[in-house]
Design a protein around this ligand. Structure first.
Ligand code: GLC
Length: 550
């Protein structure tokens, strides 16, 4: 087994493949139908054999689950359904022993309404409300919210409490926004980071990193910006997002991380307007990396992909950071399904987010071919790559969940118009048996979200048997990647055909064909790996290949 030893010049996080563990749906070791730390520990050998360098674990702290754990009640403990603090430290040790680093998810924009601070605020204890954003309402009797901001999940971003004042929540009412002008809030989070760094955690993914500081006075949003928001929407100019003040916070966090050896790192979730704005989070004294979401917003079109890739590389390079590629996560429609319908010619926005193409049936096999090809592009690029659990199984979005099982607060807050994100959070299938398909060792257990009847077909067990499965494609790609791509130098585009994106990095090329006709590959090229079987002289539509060209 590999072990965690700091390597030579290029730090691990600049080229890492990080696997995103959505803990509730990864593996259940306690037989209650909910994933947990015991389940994750038992599956570490799977992650080691996949060949990932690190895991990012979605929030595992005690939470009333108003937003699947993104409503944290206590940042220094573990959700009882997931285990204990002792389980967490054992997991960190096991992962390190298997050569896998551990990144946690820190949620600094808001707490749970069950957090001790918010309870004190509701009880109106002296000074307690100042840690949040309480304001009087507008209009006669203060019955109107203090401004026109909308929650990301739908409806007003304000909730009124018993004594008539309002508090801000950019997300669910159970997620009150913190006041980052308050020195106690700043000190508390630096201390929470140190708490986990002291326990060996290698870094943090920062939730809603662009939201912490709001424009002074909490002014109305310009109606033209659109008061309504969504996770993926372009939100330039909205007073809730990407304010200058956030950067000072991250300089403080960087100083905390820099106290530790080996290196501790950050990855920002910041939906900002373009790669130049994003680069500001990556200046040398701020965060190490940030998701470049345009890659996951790209339709299946070579031209758009190429533009997005160039832009991301340029943006990151402007501040000396590695680019960071992501095809999906727990907030967006699974890649297979995004690529299973007709493709627009531009970056996709909110209407694309969760497969709201009610009148267009998905062609999952087509989507699967494209998702496999996209993975080979992602893993050939310089920088770091994030793989969301189930991507390596080519799982599709489950779009036909019965309404009564939906858990995402988006569903209710949107007035039952937006089905939300549950469809990409279905418990993983490990075996071909009946539900829960090895997700839990207890047969017949009711999983927190139901799995579809065909889930076993996509299981790890089924894919292990099939040499051409997506799981085996990912394994081979991750095996080859260090030698083939890791130190291969910059991307140089080859002009081949309008529907083909092809680039060279040193002696290796990556080709992807998004058109509907096969294209000839260069004479004498040896195919190192292809997303579809039988690629030799031609690359078929909806496929990608890695080539060694003399
Ligand atoms: C981030 C998370 C998402 C969550 C939201 C509020 O966008 O990825 O799942 O709902 O923040 O914390």
């Amino acid at each position: 087994m590999r072990s965690v030893v700091p390597t030579a010049e290029v730090p691990w996080w600049q080229t890492a493949v990080v696997y995103q563990v959505y803990i509730r749906s990864f593996a259940d070791g306690s037989e209650d139908g909910i994933g947990d730390i015991a389940g994750l520990r038992s599956r570490l050998p799977y992650l080691a054999s996949l060949g990932v360098d690190a895991v990012w674990i979605n929030p595992w702290y005690p939470s009333p689950m108003a937003d699947a754990g993104y409503d944290v009640a206590d940042y220094r403990d573990i959700e009882p359904a997931y285990g204990t603090l002792a389980d967490a430290t054992a997991l960190i040790a096991d992962a390190h022993a298997a050569g896998i680093r551990v990144l946690l998810d820190i949620v600094p924009n808001h707490t749970s309404d069950q957090h001790a601070w918010f309870r004190a605020a509701l009880a109106d204890e002296p000074g307690a409300r100042q840690r949040y954003l309480f304001r009087p309402g507008r209009g006669p009797g203060g019955v109107e919210p203090p401004n026109n901001w909308q929650s990301v999940f739908g409806g007003p971003a304000w909730t009124r409490v018993a004594d008539g004042s309002w508090y801000l929540h950019l997300f669910a009412p159970g997620q009150p926004d913190l006041n980052w002008d308050h020195p106690e809030v700043r000190a508390e989070f630096e201390d929470i980071l140190a708490f986990w760094f002291d326990r060996g955690v290698d870094g943090f993914r920062i939730d809603v990193a662009h939201g912490l500081v709001k424009a002074a006075g909490l002014p109305d949003a310009d109606e033209s910006v659109g008061a309504a928001q969504s996770l993926v929407e372009d939100r330039a100019g909205h007073p809730a997002w990407d304010q200058e003040g956030v950067h000072e916070i991250y300089r403080g966090w960087r100083a905390v991380a820099d106290r530790y050896t080996p290196e501790r790192i950050f990855i920002a979730e910041a939906w900002v307007d373009g790669s130049e704005r994003l680069a500001r989070y990556l200046r040398p004294d701020e965060l190490h990396t940030a998701f470049q979401f345009d890659f996951l917003r790209s339709p299946w079109r070579a031209k758009v992909l190429r533009t997005v890739i160039d832009d991301a590389i340029k943006g990151a390079a402007s501040v000396g950071a590695p680019p960071t590629w992501v095809l999906s996560n727990h907030d967006v429609t699974r890649t297979v399904t995004r690529f299973a319908r007709s493709q627009p010619g531009h970056l996709v926005g909110t209407d694309w987010e969760r497969g709201r193409w009610a009148d267009e049936d998905p062609d999952h096999e087509l989507g699967r071919r494209r998702a496999r090809a996209a993975a080979l592009v992602q893993l050939a690029l310089p920088g770091t790559a994030y793989v969301y659990q189930g991507e390596e199984l080519a799982l599709e979005e489950v779009e036909d969940l019965p309404d009564e099982v939906r858990q995402d607060p988006t569903w209710a807050q949107s007035g039952f118009t937006d089905v939300g994100r549950d469809g990409c959070r279905i418990p993983l299938p490990w075996t071909e048996t009946d539900a829960p398909y090895g997700f839990s060792s207890r047969p017949g257990v009711v999983t927190w979200l139901p799995q579809p009847a065909h889930w076993g077909r996509h299981s790890v067990q089924a894919q292990e048997r099939d040499p051409d499965s997506t799981l085996n494609l990912y394994r081979r790609a991750l095996q080859l990647r260090p030698a083939v791509w890791r130190d291969a130098g910059p991307v140089q585009w080859l002009d081949v055909a309008a529907d083909v994106a092809a680039f060279r990095r040193a002696g290796t090329q990556c080709w992807v064909n998004t058109g509907d006709r096969a294209v000839a590959l260069p004479a004498g090229a040896a195919v190192l790996l292809a997303s579809t079987a039988g690629v030799r002289d031609e690359l078929p539509p909806d496929a990608a290949a890695w080539l060694k060209v003399e």
